[in-house]
Design a protein around this ligand. Structure first.
Ligand SMILES: [Zn+2]
Length: 297
């Protein structure tokens, strides 16, 4: 018998490891949706305002502080577990090259990373991110600097012993292979190197040992079942909900993780006993995220 599976439904923890919220858009009502269908925890990822990006550290301090206070408000209102992911978005860096120049935009990113690490160090945030490199083609010199910068950021994360959520291009296993080599070069543990917006293939051959948060769109559950194996790779689920009025419901809506978790639960139950299914679902939504972010999900 399982404590958390009742009549074939999952009643245990359910964590969205990458979600954005916006005070000026759905904000609480998005979390209301999530909680109503079974959500119990989130990693709230700092949302950059691409129409009004910070150009100095004082402003980064203000916008990070906003994200931290939103996390606290959500905790108080919904009694769910909320971790905070802070960092400068790589697309912000790429956009700001046009206005600030390559050197200044890069300096700003690095100092914004260091500021995020201070918030993590003093316990107000739990993960560096989303940082990474542009997910679309850029000029050769920008790509070169993007990679040098990412290596430096990984090195800082390694020194601070913090996990890192990566926003990167989607070039399948090749992307993982490059990130894995970079992390190993600077001594960042692969398990704490988390690829966000990950494809549903969670096999260690594909992820090269990195952790990942799978974008659980339709069809993802079948692929997860096909590829998951034991606990060699720590993986989780994410919506990357943007809370953006211009893209409502993107990337995935706030109810998605509870829904996919139940889909996964039901498919697994058709071939496994309850305790095997419970163990996997507890790994996904409690043990692994606790190990990654130090939060008691
Ligand atoms: Zn995101």
């Amino acid at each position: 018998m399982s404590e958390f599976i009742v009549d074939g439904l999952w009643k245990g923890p359910v964590v969205d490891q990458h979600i954005h919220l916006d005070r000026t858009n759905r904000y609480f009502s998005a979390i209301e949706d999530f909680v109503r269908v079974g959500g119990t925890g989130i990693m709230l990822v700092h949302k950059p305002d691409f129409r009004n990006l910070p150009i100095d550290l004082t402003t980064y301090n203000e916008v990070y502080t906003q994200t931290i206070s939103m996390a606290q408000e959500v905790r108080e209102k919904f009694s769910i577990d909320v971790g905070v992911v802070l960092g400068p978005h790589p697309v912000a860096w790429e956009h700001q090259i046009d206005s600030l120049g390559l050197e200044k935009s890069t300096e700003l990113q690095i100092s914004a990373v260091n500021l995020a690490l201070e918030f993590i160090e003093n316990g107000q945030a739990h993960c560096l991110g989303e940082v990474g490199r542009p997910h679309y083609p850029v000029s050769q010199d920008r790509w070169l600097v993007a990679n040098q910068m990412l290596e430096e950021i990984m090195q800082s994360a390694a020194a601070a012993q913090t996990p890192i959520q990566l926003h990167v291009e989607d070039n399948g296993s090749q992307t993982y292979s490059e990130l894995s080599a970079m992390a190993q070069k600077v001594g960042l543990p692969l398990s704490r190197t988390i690829r966000h917006y990950a494809p549903a293939n969670v096999s260690p051959n594909f992820t090269h040992g990195l952790s990942c948060t799978v974008s659980v769109g339709s069809g993802s559950v079948a692929k997860i079942i096909e590829t998951h194996s034991g606990s060699e790779v720590m993986w989780g689920m994410e919506t990357d909900f943007l809370d953006d009025p211009r893209r409502p419901g993107a990337v995935l809506g706030p109810k998605t993780i509870p829904k996919r978790t139940n889909e996964l639960c039901q498919l697994l139950l058709s071939e496994n006993n309850e305790s095997v299914v419970e163990e996997l679902l507890l790994n996904i939504h409690s043990n692994w995220p606790r190990e990654l972010y130090g939060i008691d999900f």
